[in-house]
Write a protein that binds this ligand. Sequence first.
Ligand code: G6P
Length: 477
Amino acid sequence: MSATKRPESDRHFVVVANRLPVDRVEEPDGKTSWQPSPGGLVSALEPVMREAGGAWIGWSGDAGPAPGAFEANGLHLVGIGLSEEEVQDFYEGFCNATLWPLYHDVIAPPVFDRRWWDAYVRVNQRFADAAAKQAAPGATVWVHDYQLQLVPQMLREQRDDVRIGFFNHIPFPGYEIFAQLPWRRQVVEGLLGADLVGFQRRADASNFLRACRRAASLTTKGQVVHADGGREVTAAAFPISIDTATLNEIAQRPEVRERSAEIRAALGDPELVLLGVDRLDYTKGILHRLNAYGELLDEKRLGPRPALIQVASPSRERVDAYRALRDDVEVTVGRINGHHGEIGYPPVHYLHQSYPREEMAALYLAADVMLVTPLRDGMNLVAKEYVACRFDESGTLVLSEFTGAADELAGAYLVNPHDIEGLKDTIVRAANASPAEARRRMRSMRRRVREHDVARWARDFLDALERVPAGAAGGRG
Ligand code: G6P
């Protein structure tokens, strides 16, 4: 394109993500302030943002007018506004009732609604326009996740001088499933505006390459798509990780270790503590896990008075499938506690809450066995966080085969969560592992997350983005 608009800003690195890395806080005096919401992504990108004078474009999570540009925590943030209707149609609708279930192997039936699609196009355009405005000539723009798949192409149409990377944090489904999407070609073409499209697993990248061939009739060679206009787009795997060193440090703080002992004492110092930590989402296999635990209690295979702590942080609470799941989980927890509980002993401690990192670290330390049993998960960072916190090299991890993390954490007890008997046997094996066996497994997993942390993930992706042929001339120059 020759009609490149003159940028109004001078940002050499621009992150575009649905969420801003801060939460809005209403102060008692009625003023708004912003509190950092510490996540792996922002901790990995912060150094790059600072060095390049970067900008982060995202949504605050509330309906209302755009907060616009502001500085928080030394970062330049640009808040995108969504109306109440857009929150319903774009965020709750197309993102979380169409794409989310579709990309997670249709565990829940995806809803295809043409009005939601229109909102998705409109909101993606808003993010793309903001990115076009923020990016300096020749800047690098990194777009994140399924909420913003049209942004790369929309941005490329306005700015052919920038280098565009896209990373999909969730799975990319097999073509037979993806093909259900009435707007499959538009989504593929949207992503192909990027120079590099990153996925969690190699299988996701292959699924995307196949979608390019089938939905957009393009040819591919190895990891490269021959897109329209002679451009070449690379699709590859970059498994995301966590801020391992920070978590490892937090877990070793005396107050966190004390808190972890306090948690075990509050549980009545049981011989066995099992832990689940998830967003309350139907992809996480929480019901499968609870049912397996209930049967293990029936069969008395976990010793006297075991404890299961299930943290289920509130998520997408206005979306139907999430409401239904919450009801099912709460009924199931009630049934298990009603049947197996005694005065002063609930076998399941169910916490529908979110906690700060320090409390999470204490919970991870308090567990003997961590249960991560999603039916489908792009990566699952909880599994990696647990490993990062186990500085004493004890504790075992039961991990679903259907997570990206299963490709990396060879020391886990891998399981098919649909196979309830297999899940039960695996939980029992993990609970009964000898200390030497547990240590051997934990050591190998700790090595993996130490060497492959989120900073390395960001570096690998950005280095690869620098190397691929970029811009409108990509592949021809
Ligand atoms: C997943 C997605 C993220 C999303 C997060 C929380 O990890 O990959 O893009 O931000 O869930 O969901 P929410 O809908 O609250 O942003």
